[in-house]
Design a protein around this ligand. Structure first.
Ligand code: PLP
Length: 490
């Protein structure tokens, strides 16, 4: 498996495709290009590949093949489940129960339904990210038609009490949907013992290709289609299937099932080692969800007083890929709803990164991560202390290499500086995502040093320390800018 020199610790976002799955897929991009609905030999070869994949996906979740509906991924499976169950259940009622930590593909589908007359109850979670089944029970009404609760959180890996919730749903004749995109292939998943009616999974989270996923549908009458066409996938999800990706997805499911126990033990022990070392070496850190049952591979860490984006770019500069969970400018400068639901204080929440391991990670990579993590946090906290109450200037660069070279050339200069995420207002600019921050009063010296070392820069941007009170003249200037933006007389 090749991630080149990159150390990839973002497996909850996506995974590399397993080489055996690549091998299985390749002929379907070439000579085996038949359409599965065609009775020709070519078509039937593709159909056999789809049938085999369907059996493999079904085996992973203890379903029967006829209950597996292929989709383009987890987002589509969740939309189909929520919208499809709502439309099918509309004669019975219009109330849906879900939680505040669901993925956007569930929450936004619910919001869409709310705008069309459905009633949605969004339940809170405790400080470990778990929903209380008793609260689910209390939320149910005579007109509840759907409960949608994820199996495991994509933020913290926290497992929800889905067995209890599923049993409760069935006692009351309510359809139960479970988003298992993060947990499938990581922990045992049995749709029967968990009392699940609809279950979403995604190929690219379990070493399959992007562009494939599945919805388990126990009862065809529990959902209505949301797109219309010919009769593929029992008419629940019409459209010609992505044969290579579905075949690769199927094999990835079989491999995940075969290696589930070994990989689970391996990843849990690596995660334990990572978290132990973080706690031993770095102060002011919280491990989110550590007090609840969790997936074995996700570690959500909140570092006090460290901007998560800046931390992620420090690690990126060292070729370590993690996920910042607090993305100003991308998610509207807000913490994700799932983090907000945990009730973290802002100074911790804004320093939250997610490290998610894969079976190909090794202990020595954990040590490398720790070295870089502690160095980055020391540097960011040091710069935050030096720049408190002062204005900061950011230099941006055409590429990561120039940013790294800039850092090297400033080492030992005695100037206060730090790598940082590029300024928010340049989110879509052409420069590298890595910038370099220095005190504004030093920017001439920094610029001269970079010039002497032949380092190309794309720009220089002054940013204000948000904690520093504005001077009257400065406030007047920004008020004017706001008025112009709103089209008011300046
Ligand atoms: N549900 C959860 C819990 C996820 O983490 C994700 C992706 O991150 C999705 C759904 C969407 O899956 P996909 O990327 O296959 O659309």
């Amino acid at each position: 498996m090749s991630h080149a020199k990159e150390l990839f610790l973002d497996h909850a976002a996506t995974t590399p495709v397993h080489p055996d799955a690549v091998g299985l897929m390749l002929p379907f991009f070439g000579n085996h290009f038949g359409i599965p609905s065609s009775p020709s030999g070519l078509g039937q070869r593709s159909k056999r590949a789809i049938d085999e994949a369907r059996s493999r996906v079904a085996a992973l979740i203890n379903a029967s093949p006829a209950e597996v509906v292929f989709t383009s991924g987890g987002t589509e499976a969740n939309n189909l489940a929520v919208l499809g169950a709502a439309f099918a259940g509309r004669k019975k009622g219009n109330h849906i129960v879900t939680t505040a930590v669901e993925h956007a593909s569930v929450l936004n589908a619910c919001r869409h339904l709310e705008n069309r007359g459905f009633r949605i109850s969004i339940l809170p979670v405790d400080d470990q990210g778990r929903v209380d089944p008793e609260q689910v029970r209390q939320a149910l009404c005579d007109d509840t038609i759907l409960i949608s609760v994820m199996h495991a959180s994509n933020e913290t890996g926290t497992l929800q009490p889905v067995e209890e919730i599923g049993a409760m749903a069935h006692e009351q004749g309510i359809v139960f949907h479970c988003d298992a995109v993060q947990s499938a292939g990581k922990v045992l998943l049995d749709v029967r013992s968990l009392h699940i009616d609809l279950l979403s999974i995604s190929s690219h989270k379990l070493y399959g290709p992007k562009g494939a996923g599945a919805l388990f549908v126990a009862d065809r009458d529990a959902i209505e289609p949301v797109i219309f066409g010919s009769g593929q996938e029992q008419g629940i999800r019409p459209g010609t299937l992505n044969v290579p990706c579905v075949a690769g997805f199927g094999l990835a499911c079989s491999i995940a099932q075969r290696d589930l126990e070994n990989n689970g033990v391996l990843m849990a022990s690596l995660r334990e080692s990572l978290e132990q070392q973080v706690v031993n070496r770095i102060t002011g850190v919280r491990i989110n969800g550590a007090g609840a049952p969790r997936l074995p591979h996700i570690s959500s860490l909140s570092f006090r007083g460290v901007p998560a984006d800046d931390l992620a770019v420090h690690l990126d500069a060292a070729n370590i890929v993690v996920s910042s969970r607090y993305s100003p400018g991308i998610e509207g400068h807000e913490m994700s709803p799932a983090l907000a639901a945990l009730g973290l204080e802002r100074e911790y929440a804004s320093g939250t990164v997610r490290l998610s391991l894969g079976w190909e990670n090794k202990e020595k990579q954990i040590r490398r991560t720790l070295e870089n993590l502690s160095e980055a946090i020391e540097s960011l906290r040091g710069f935050a202390a030096a720049s408190r109450g002062k204005d900061v200037t950011m230099f941006t660069f055409p590429d990561r290499e120039s940013a790294a070279a800039a850092r090297e050339s400033l080492r030992g200069s005695g100037l206060a500086f730090s790598l940082a995420a590029r300024p928010r207002d340049l989110a879509h600019g052409t420069c590298s995502s890595i910038a370099l921050a220095c005190l504004s009063r030093d920017h001439t010296k920094v610029g001269a040093l970079l010039g002497e070392n032949g380092i190309a820069i794309t720009g220089m941007h002054k940013t204000r320390d948000e904690d520093r009170p504005m001077k009257k003249k400065e406030r007047g200037f920004w008020d004017k800018v706001e008025r112009i933006k709103k089209g008011l007389p300046s």
